[in-house]
Design a protein around this ligand. Sequence first.
Ligand code: C2E
Ligand code: MG
Ligand code: MG
Ligand code: MG
Length: 292
Amino acid sequence: RAKETGRHSFRFYTAQMNERSLARITLENHLRRALERGEFVLHYQPKVSLPSGQIVGMEALLRWDSPELGSVPPDAFIPLAEENGLIIPIGTWVLRTACAQNKAWYDAGFPALSVAVNLSPRQFRQQDITAVIAEALAETGLPPHLLELEITESMVMQDATRVASVLNELKRMGASLAMDDFGTGYSSLAYLKRFPFDKLKIDKSFVIDITTDPNNAAIAKAVIAMAHSLHLKVIAEGVETQGQLNYLHDQGCDEIQGYFVSRPVAAGEFMRLLQGQPIAVPSHAAGYPDKT
Ligand code: C2E
Ligand code: MG
Ligand code: MG
Ligand code: MG
Protein backbone atom coordinates (compact mmCIF):
# COMPACT_ATOMS: atom_id res chain seq x y z
CA ARG A 1 0.00 0.00 0.00
CA ALA A 2 2.70 2.36 1.02
CA LYS A 3 4.47 1.64 -2.24
CA GLU A 4 1.34 2.38 -4.23
CA THR A 5 0.78 5.71 -2.48
CA GLY A 6 4.39 6.52 -3.08
CA ARG A 7 4.06 5.84 -6.77
CA HIS A 8 0.93 7.92 -7.08
CA SER A 9 2.42 10.87 -5.32
CA PHE A 10 5.48 10.51 -7.52
CA ARG A 11 3.34 10.65 -10.65
CA PHE A 12 1.46 13.61 -9.32
CA TYR A 13 4.73 15.32 -8.53
CA THR A 14 6.22 14.84 -12.01
CA ALA A 15 3.04 16.00 -13.70
CA GLN A 16 3.20 19.15 -11.63
CA MET A 17 6.87 19.59 -12.41
CA ASN A 18 6.26 19.23 -16.13
CA GLU A 19 3.48 21.73 -16.00
CA ARG A 20 5.69 24.14 -14.17
CA SER A 21 8.68 23.79 -16.49
CA LEU A 22 6.35 24.02 -19.49
CA ALA A 23 4.97 27.30 -18.19
CA ARG A 24 8.51 28.48 -17.68
CA ILE A 25 9.57 27.52 -21.20
CA THR A 26 6.51 29.24 -22.66
CA LEU A 27 7.28 32.36 -20.66
CA GLU A 28 10.90 32.23 -21.73
CA ASN A 29 10.05 31.83 -25.43
CA HIS A 30 7.69 34.77 -25.37
CA LEU A 31 10.19 36.82 -23.40
CA ARG A 32 12.90 36.20 -26.00
CA ARG A 33 10.76 37.83 -28.68
CA ALA A 34 9.21 40.56 -26.54
CA LEU A 35 11.92 43.15 -27.11
CA GLU A 36 11.97 42.93 -30.92
CA ARG A 37 8.17 42.85 -31.00
CA GLY A 38 8.00 46.03 -28.96
CA GLU A 39 5.96 44.56 -26.11
CA PHE A 40 7.72 46.39 -23.30
CA VAL A 41 6.57 49.73 -22.03
CA LEU A 42 7.72 51.95 -19.18
CA HIS A 43 5.39 53.36 -16.61
CA TYR A 44 6.41 56.30 -14.47
CA GLN A 45 5.68 56.85 -10.80
CA PRO A 46 6.13 60.39 -9.47
CA LYS A 47 8.53 61.24 -6.67
CA VAL A 48 7.24 64.17 -4.70
CA SER A 49 9.29 66.59 -2.64
CA LEU A 50 8.12 67.41 0.91
CA PRO A 51 6.55 69.63 1.97
CA SER A 52 5.99 71.34 -1.39
CA GLY A 53 4.20 68.41 -3.02
CA GLN A 54 5.97 69.16 -6.28
CA ILE A 55 6.98 66.33 -8.56
CA VAL A 56 10.79 66.31 -8.66
CA GLY A 57 11.28 63.08 -10.50
CA MET A 58 9.88 59.70 -11.36
CA GLU A 59 10.82 56.05 -11.24
CA ALA A 60 10.68 54.16 -14.53
CA LEU A 61 9.01 50.79 -13.98
CA LEU A 62 9.01 48.11 -16.64
CA ARG A 63 5.74 46.62 -17.92
CA TRP A 64 5.34 43.73 -20.34
CA ASP A 65 2.16 43.66 -22.40
CA SER A 66 2.27 40.25 -24.03
CA PRO A 67 -0.40 39.49 -26.66
CA GLU A 68 -0.29 35.83 -25.59
CA LEU A 69 0.14 36.11 -21.82
CA GLY A 70 -1.53 39.42 -21.08
CA SER A 71 0.01 41.99 -18.79
CA VAL A 72 2.96 40.34 -17.01
CA PRO A 73 4.20 42.11 -13.84
CA PRO A 74 7.98 42.68 -13.48
CA ASP A 75 8.31 40.35 -10.51
CA ALA A 76 7.07 37.53 -12.78
CA PHE A 77 9.65 37.94 -15.54
CA ILE A 78 12.64 39.96 -14.33
CA PRO A 79 14.04 37.09 -12.21
CA LEU A 80 13.82 34.83 -15.30
CA ALA A 81 15.44 37.47 -17.51
CA GLU A 82 18.12 37.81 -14.86
CA GLU A 83 18.77 34.06 -15.02
CA ASN A 84 18.91 33.67 -18.80
CA GLY A 85 20.73 36.94 -19.48
CA LEU A 86 17.90 38.67 -21.35
CA ILE A 87 18.03 41.35 -18.65
CA ILE A 88 21.08 42.79 -20.42
CA PRO A 89 19.33 43.86 -23.67
CA ILE A 90 16.10 44.59 -21.78
CA GLY A 91 17.98 46.74 -19.25
CA THR A 92 19.70 48.67 -22.02
CA TRP A 93 16.31 49.30 -23.63
CA VAL A 94 14.94 50.56 -20.28
CA LEU A 95 17.86 52.96 -19.84
CA ARG A 96 17.52 54.40 -23.35
CA THR A 97 13.75 54.67 -23.21
CA ALA A 98 13.72 56.33 -19.79
CA CYS A 99 16.44 58.82 -20.77
CA ALA A 100 14.72 59.60 -24.10
CA GLN A 101 11.36 60.17 -22.37
CA ASN A 102 12.88 62.42 -19.73
CA LYS A 103 14.73 64.41 -22.41
CA ALA A 104 11.44 64.87 -24.28
CA TRP A 105 9.77 66.30 -21.15
CA TYR A 106 12.82 68.46 -20.49
CA ASP A 107 12.64 69.82 -24.04
CA ALA A 108 8.89 70.38 -23.68
CA GLY A 109 9.68 72.92 -20.94
CA PHE A 110 8.60 71.07 -17.81
CA PRO A 111 10.72 71.78 -14.71
CA ALA A 112 13.78 69.50 -14.83
CA LEU A 113 12.92 66.07 -13.49
CA SER A 114 15.19 63.27 -12.43
CA VAL A 115 14.32 59.86 -13.88
CA ALA A 116 15.25 56.84 -11.79
CA VAL A 117 16.12 53.54 -13.46
CA ASN A 118 16.44 50.23 -11.62
CA LEU A 119 19.58 48.26 -12.34
CA SER A 120 19.51 44.48 -11.90
CA PRO A 121 22.38 42.59 -10.27
CA ARG A 122 23.47 40.96 -13.51
CA GLN A 123 23.24 44.21 -15.42
CA PHE A 124 25.37 45.87 -12.76
CA ARG A 125 27.98 43.11 -13.04
CA GLN A 126 28.14 43.53 -16.82
CA GLN A 127 31.68 44.58 -17.75
CA ASP A 128 30.77 47.69 -19.73
CA ILE A 129 27.83 48.92 -17.62
CA THR A 130 29.29 52.43 -17.30
CA ALA A 131 29.71 52.60 -21.10
CA VAL A 132 26.10 51.41 -21.62
CA ILE A 133 24.86 54.18 -19.33
CA ALA A 134 27.14 56.79 -20.93
CA GLU A 135 25.80 55.79 -24.35
CA ALA A 136 22.18 56.08 -23.25
CA LEU A 137 22.91 59.61 -22.02
CA ALA A 138 24.89 60.58 -25.12
CA GLU A 139 22.36 59.16 -27.59
CA THR A 140 19.38 60.82 -25.96
CA GLY A 141 21.09 64.04 -24.93
CA LEU A 142 19.67 63.87 -21.41
CA PRO A 143 21.76 65.95 -18.99
CA PRO A 144 23.45 63.31 -16.78
CA HIS A 145 22.32 64.90 -13.51
CA LEU A 146 18.72 64.08 -14.55
CA LEU A 147 19.42 60.34 -14.38
CA GLU A 148 19.33 58.47 -11.11
CA LEU A 149 20.32 54.82 -10.80
CA GLU A 150 18.60 52.63 -8.23
CA ILE A 151 20.87 49.95 -6.85
CA THR A 152 20.06 47.46 -4.10
CA GLU A 153 22.19 46.59 -1.12
CA SER A 154 22.90 43.06 -2.31
CA MET A 155 24.51 44.45 -5.46
CA VAL A 156 27.24 46.29 -3.56
CA MET A 157 28.08 43.50 -1.14
CA GLN A 158 30.61 41.66 -3.31
CA ASP A 159 33.78 42.84 -4.95
CA ALA A 160 33.95 46.17 -3.19
CA THR A 161 36.86 47.37 -5.31
CA ARG A 162 34.98 46.97 -8.59
CA VAL A 163 31.73 48.30 -7.11
CA ALA A 164 33.53 51.41 -5.88
CA SER A 165 35.14 52.03 -9.26
CA VAL A 166 31.83 51.59 -11.14
CA LEU A 167 29.91 53.84 -8.74
CA ASN A 168 32.64 56.48 -8.72
CA GLU A 169 32.68 56.47 -12.52
CA LEU A 170 28.89 56.94 -12.63
CA LYS A 171 29.21 59.86 -10.21
CA ARG A 172 32.03 61.33 -12.29
CA MET A 173 29.72 61.18 -15.33
CA GLY A 174 27.21 63.22 -13.33
CA ALA A 175 24.50 60.64 -12.63
CA SER A 176 23.09 60.25 -9.12
CA LEU A 177 22.88 57.07 -7.08
CA ALA A 178 20.12 55.79 -4.84
CA MET A 179 20.16 52.72 -2.63
CA ASP A 180 16.83 50.97 -3.23
CA ASP A 181 14.80 48.81 -0.84
CA PHE A 182 16.87 49.92 2.13
CA GLY A 183 16.31 47.75 5.15
CA THR A 184 15.38 44.53 3.37
CA GLY A 185 18.86 43.09 2.86
CA TYR A 186 22.00 43.05 4.92
CA SER A 187 21.72 46.77 5.47
CA SER A 188 25.04 48.05 6.50
CA LEU A 189 26.03 51.56 7.33
CA ALA A 190 29.49 50.65 6.09
CA TYR A 191 28.19 50.40 2.50
CA LEU A 192 26.52 53.74 2.73
CA LYS A 193 29.72 55.34 3.90
CA ARG A 194 32.05 53.52 1.56
CA PHE A 195 30.18 54.20 -1.68
CA PRO A 196 29.11 57.55 -3.14
CA PHE A 197 25.33 57.23 -2.76
CA ASP A 198 23.24 60.40 -2.90
CA LYS A 199 19.99 59.00 -1.64
CA LEU A 200 18.51 56.22 0.40
CA LYS A 201 15.13 54.69 -0.38
CA ILE A 202 13.31 53.30 2.65
CA ASP A 203 11.63 50.08 1.61
CA LYS A 204 7.85 50.04 1.52
CA SER A 205 7.69 47.22 4.07
CA PHE A 206 8.69 49.76 6.76
CA VAL A 207 6.24 52.36 5.52
CA ILE A 208 3.15 50.20 5.27
CA ASP A 209 2.17 50.32 8.98
CA ILE A 210 4.22 53.31 10.03
CA THR A 211 1.20 54.96 11.67
CA THR A 212 0.13 51.84 13.58
CA ASP A 213 3.32 49.90 14.35
CA PRO A 214 5.60 51.77 16.77
CA ASN A 215 8.55 49.58 15.73
CA ASN A 216 8.37 50.51 12.07
CA ALA A 217 7.74 54.13 13.02
CA ALA A 218 10.91 54.05 15.14
CA ILE A 219 12.90 52.35 12.36
CA ALA A 220 11.82 54.89 9.75
CA LYS A 221 12.62 57.76 12.09
CA ALA A 222 16.08 56.36 12.90
CA VAL A 223 16.87 55.61 9.25
CA ILE A 224 15.97 59.17 8.23
CA ALA A 225 18.14 60.68 10.98
CA MET A 226 21.03 58.34 10.21
CA ALA A 227 20.87 59.01 6.46
CA HIS A 228 20.82 62.76 7.04
CA SER A 229 23.83 62.58 9.32
CA LEU A 230 25.64 60.83 6.44
CA HIS A 231 24.49 63.66 4.11
CA LEU A 232 22.15 61.42 2.15
CA LYS A 233 18.70 62.42 0.99
CA VAL A 234 15.87 60.13 2.00
CA ILE A 235 12.88 58.98 0.00
CA ALA A 236 10.18 56.65 1.29
CA GLU A 237 8.51 54.25 -1.15
CA GLY A 238 5.07 52.71 -0.79
CA VAL A 239 3.35 55.73 0.76
CA GLU A 240 -0.37 55.05 0.51
CA THR A 241 -2.01 57.39 3.02
CA GLN A 242 -2.04 61.00 4.20
CA GLY A 243 -1.10 59.77 7.68
CA GLN A 244 2.05 58.08 6.41
CA LEU A 245 2.96 61.21 4.45
CA ASN A 246 2.45 63.40 7.52
CA TYR A 247 4.55 61.14 9.74
CA LEU A 248 7.39 60.96 7.21
CA HIS A 249 7.32 64.71 6.75
CA ASP A 250 7.49 65.24 10.52
CA GLN A 251 10.60 63.05 10.64
CA GLY A 252 12.24 65.16 7.95
CA CYS A 253 11.91 62.73 5.03
CA ASP A 254 12.84 64.60 1.84
CA GLU A 255 10.69 62.85 -0.74
CA ILE A 256 7.92 60.30 -1.03
CA GLN A 257 6.67 57.94 -3.67
CA GLY A 258 3.58 55.75 -3.55
CA TYR A 259 -0.03 55.15 -4.45
CA PHE A 260 -1.09 58.10 -2.28
CA VAL A 261 0.53 60.36 -4.85
CA SER A 262 -0.05 58.16 -7.86
CA ARG A 263 0.34 54.62 -9.13
CA PRO A 264 2.94 54.16 -11.85
CA VAL A 265 1.27 55.47 -15.02
CA ALA A 266 1.92 55.55 -18.76
CA ALA A 267 3.87 58.51 -20.13
CA GLY A 268 0.79 60.37 -21.39
CA GLU A 269 -0.92 60.19 -18.02
CA PHE A 270 2.28 61.21 -16.23
CA MET A 271 2.33 64.39 -18.25
CA ARG A 272 -1.18 65.18 -17.06
CA LEU A 273 0.01 64.70 -13.45
CA LEU A 274 2.76 67.24 -14.12
CA GLN A 275 0.16 69.74 -15.18
CA GLY A 276 -1.98 69.35 -12.04
CA GLN A 277 0.52 70.07 -9.27
CA PRO A 278 0.97 70.02 -6.32
CA ILE A 279 -0.63 66.67 -5.77
CA ALA A 280 0.20 65.52 -2.22
CA VAL A 281 1.12 67.80 0.66
CA PRO A 282 1.36 67.28 4.44
CA SER A 283 -1.74 68.38 6.34
CA HIS A 284 -1.00 69.09 9.95
CA ALA A 285 -4.55 69.60 10.99
CA ALA A 286 -5.13 66.01 9.98
CA GLY A 287 -2.43 64.41 12.17
CA TYR A 288 -1.96 60.80 11.17
CA PRO A 289 -5.58 60.10 10.25
CA ASP A 290 -5.16 56.51 9.15
CA LYS A 291 -4.13 55.53 12.66
CA THR A 292 -6.61 52.95 13.89
P1 C2E B 1 11.12 48.62 -6.78
O1 C2E B 1 12.24 49.18 -7.57
O2 C2E B 1 11.27 48.61 -5.30
O3 C2E B 1 9.83 49.46 -7.22
C1 C2E B 1 8.78 49.80 -6.38
C2 C2E B 1 7.62 48.88 -6.54
O4 C2E B 1 6.62 49.23 -5.58
C3 C2E B 1 6.92 48.97 -7.91
O5 C2E B 1 6.40 47.68 -8.23
C4 C2E B 1 5.78 49.93 -7.61
O6 C2E B 1 4.69 49.81 -8.52
C5 C2E B 1 5.39 49.49 -6.23
N1 C2E B 1 4.70 50.54 -5.49
C6 C2E B 1 4.85 51.88 -5.63
N2 C2E B 1 4.07 52.54 -4.75
C7 C2E B 1 3.43 51.61 -4.04
C8 C2E B 1 2.47 51.68 -2.95
O7 C2E B 1 2.07 52.76 -2.49
N3 C2E B 1 2.04 50.50 -2.43
C9 C2E B 1 2.47 49.30 -2.92
N4 C2E B 1 1.98 48.19 -2.36
N5 C2E B 1 3.36 49.19 -3.93
C10 C2E B 1 3.84 50.34 -4.48
P2 C2E B 1 6.55 47.07 -9.69
O8 C2E B 1 6.39 48.12 -10.72
O9 C2E B 1 5.65 45.87 -9.74
O10 C2E B 1 8.06 46.60 -9.71
C11 C2E B 1 8.52 45.60 -8.84
C12 C2E B 1 10.00 45.49 -8.87
O11 C2E B 1 10.44 45.05 -10.16
C13 C2E B 1 10.73 46.81 -8.62
O12 C2E B 1 10.79 47.09 -7.25
C14 C2E B 1 12.08 46.49 -9.23
O13 C2E B 1 12.86 45.76 -8.32
C15 C2E B 1 11.70 45.59 -10.39
N6 C2E B 1 11.71 46.40 -11.63
C16 C2E B 1 10.74 47.16 -12.18
N7 C2E B 1 11.15 47.72 -13.33
C17 C2E B 1 12.43 47.33 -13.50
C18 C2E B 1 13.43 47.59 -14.53
O14 C2E B 1 13.22 48.34 -15.49
N8 C2E B 1 14.63 46.96 -14.37
C19 C2E B 1 14.92 46.16 -13.29
N9 C2E B 1 16.12 45.59 -13.21
N10 C2E B 1 14.02 45.92 -12.33
C20 C2E B 1 12.80 46.49 -12.43
MG1 MG C 1 13.30 50.89 -7.50
MG1 MG D 1 12.27 50.04 -4.18
MG1 MG E 1 10.91 47.82 -2.85
